[in-house]
Write a protein that binds this ligand. Structure first.
Ligand code: AMP
Ligand code: MN
Ligand code: MN
Length: 365
């Protein structure tokens, strides 16, 4: 049975943070010297969870009285337009202005060092490095880890740490954490939308923030040029029903020329995967987004039959079982060839759902 093969290439299931890890994280913050310098970093090309978790925690640290506080991310210091009204943005500095030797560095939503770009050196140069994340593929690259692979977003981990630090939620923190939670749960639609997620959302909404306004701004507003661009990109979508071991692959790509032709910034490409992944005839969906001449940011999704994080990890990236990504090098068709090959190699988990007694029996065959 090929299910066993799929398990072999998956990263080992990570554990929840231990009490000792929570205590170490709390004391890394409470034992900062009075003028201690803290640098917050989130992953390159930040999404709502990366920025929201980082800025929400930054506002919490500010409440605690941390004065020397910077937030940053690698690469161009460009915040996607829909996220440009987030509370706490005044904490942001360009990567080039980030403290070279902070007392404490805290990473948010970063699964691996490669997602820190030129800021990776801060891990060695900081007095201590704390990692807050929820990727099962997290490589544990810091000193203290709060990595909860069952958390729907990094902001879930952030809220728990704020509670342990005695920082109450205010509307600013809540808006940041809400944007993070809504982003990573697909506005409370994905499988990880547990009762605990809704309970957290209730605590955030109780601060008076406006979910309708936030959702319209973050998810439902794009320039007209982006809508025309989507027409071009979706028009070249390919369906391969026999790929991925027969469960089907659907994919498309967006080039720098597409962006230039419609006068759009790269962030406008992010919603495309949602239009592609709705294809009924394919379990696996991919969007390749050109970053430079021979470099592509690849988004992958599965409806449930495929562990796309295993495929992404094999190709140098990471993510979650049903949503993952990697940086591809070469032409779009070379990258799709590599994805097809990995999907074929990964095999299929079989007809039973993962974790069921039948699937376990099949995996032992
Ligand atoms: P995206 O398709 O960009 O929404 O990303 C889906 C998931 O894959 C998120 O959890 C990302 O953090 C993760 N991911 C995307 N690209 C990479 C990458 N190059 N390396 C590691 N993880 C990634
Ligand atoms: Mn993210
Ligand atoms: Mn996340």
């Amino acid at each position: 049975m090929s299910g066993a093969l799929l398990t072999d290439v998956s990263p080992p299931a990570a554990e929840q943070p231990t009490e000792a890890e929570w205590a170490a994280a709390v004391s890394a913050i409470t034992r900062l010297p009075a003028d201690g310098r803290v640098l917050l970093i989130c992953h390159v090309n930040p999404d709502g969870d990366a920025l929201g978790s980082m800025l929400g925690f930054g506002l919490g640290l500010r409440q605690l009285g941390v004065r020397h506080l910077q937030a940053t991310f690698p690469g161009r210091p460009e915040v996607p337009e829909p996220l440009q009204a987030m509370p706490g943005l005044d904490l942001l500095v360009p990567a080039t202005a980030a403290d070279p030797e902070p007392d404490l560095v805290i990473c948010f939503d970063v699964a691996a060092v490669s997602r820190l770009g030129d800021l990776a050196d801060r891990l060695d140069r900081a007095g201590a490095a704390l990692v807050l994340d929820h990727h099962a593929s997290n490589t544990r690259f810091g000193g203290i880890h709060l990595v909860d692979p069952e958390a729907a977003a990094t902001s879930v981990v952030v809220e728990k740490l704020l509670v342990r630090l005695g920082v109450p939620l205010d509307a600013g923190i809540a808006e940041c954490l809400y944007i993070a939670l809504a982003t990573d749960t697909g506005s409370f639609r994905f499988d990880m939308t547990t009762p605990a997620v809704h309970e957290m959302a209730a605590r955030l909404l109780a601060t008076g923030i406006s979910p309708g306004q936030i959702s319209r701004r973050i998810f439902d507003t794009r320039p007209f040029g982006a809508v025309r661009l989507y027409g071009d990109v979706l028009g070249r979508t390919q369906l391969e029903p026999s790929a991925a071991g027969g469960v089907g692959l659907v994919w498309t790509y967006a080039t720098l020329a597409d962006l230039a032709r419609h006068g759009q910034r790269p962030y406008t490409l992010e919603p495309l995967i949602d239009s592609v992944r709705c294809t009924a005839e394919a379990d696996v969906s991919c969007v390749l987004k050109q970053v430079t001449e021979a470099e592509w940011a690849v988004s992958m999704r599965s409806k449930g039959a495929t562990d796309v994080s295993a495929v992404a990890v094999a190709l140098g990236g990471g993510g979650h079982r049903l949503a993952a990504g990697f940086t591809g090098r070469g032409t779009a068709s070379e990258i799709v060839d590599a994805i097809r090959a990995e999907l074929a190699r990964a095999g299929r988990p079989g007809p039973a759902g993962e974790g069921t007694p039948l699937a376990d029996l099949q995996a032992r065959e």
